[in-house]
Design a protein around this ligand. Sequence first.
Ligand SMILES: CC(C)(COP(=O)(O)OP(=O)(O)OC[C@H]1O[C@@H](n2cnc3c(N)ncnc32)[C@H](O)[C@@H]1OP(=O)(O)O)[C@@H](O)C(=O)NCCC(=O)NCCS
Length: 173
Amino acid sequence: MKSTDVKIRRAGPTEFAKVADMHYPVWRRSWAGMIEDYLLDVIGTPKLWAEVKYPEAVNRPGWGMWIAEARNKILGMSIYGPDFSTANTTRLEALYTADEAKSLRIGVRLLNKAVRSNPSSDVILWCAEKNEKARQFYEKHDFQLDGRTHIWKPLPGISVPHVGYRHKAAGQA
Ligand SMILES: CC(C)(COP(=O)(O)OP(=O)(O)OC[C@H]1O[C@@H](n2cnc3c(N)ncnc32)[C@H](O)[C@@H]1OP(=O)(O)O)[C@@H](O)C(=O)NCCC(=O)NCCS
């Protein structure tokens, strides 16, 4: 497959189950060494995401899900929209690409779409402190640690430290 075969477009609600089928296994692997499999079974399922979590996310004003697709196959997804607690800030809530699509620049295309969605906005995101691959990817693409920290507690007794990243809007120091 070539990167020119891949198109980025907004996903509609009827596609959420197909998106979750791609997103869910990549999400599970991104927690390797941080959260055990039996806990991941409880934290999320593709059905919960497609029927509850995605609709909740994209039904917020200005929010949307974007997918990368080639030959009718979903190869990447992102969810982003305005951060309601901070003016002029876009929040990237999810960015995942299928394993078979790595190095096709799908991740960077979806990331750039979020960055360009509102050129006068900073883009912020949370990343697990131990997710080295994602951190290197964001740092390579001009995201910087912004000093925010957050402890995600998906289940009682489970604490997963996260760090905040920020991409400054063009023209800002
Ligand atoms: C992070 C992720 C979205 C990156 O997407 P990708 O499709 O693998 O990356 P791309 O093919 O778009 O890579 C584009 C560029 O980033 C670079 N890159 C990708 N992963 C990298 C890494 N771990 N470290 C440094 N650079 C990296 C590529 O070399 C390429 O460089 P170039 O711009 O010079 O050509 C993807 O690997 C992923 O889904 N990871 C698991 C899920 C996850 O952790 N998501 C983030 C949650 S916060």
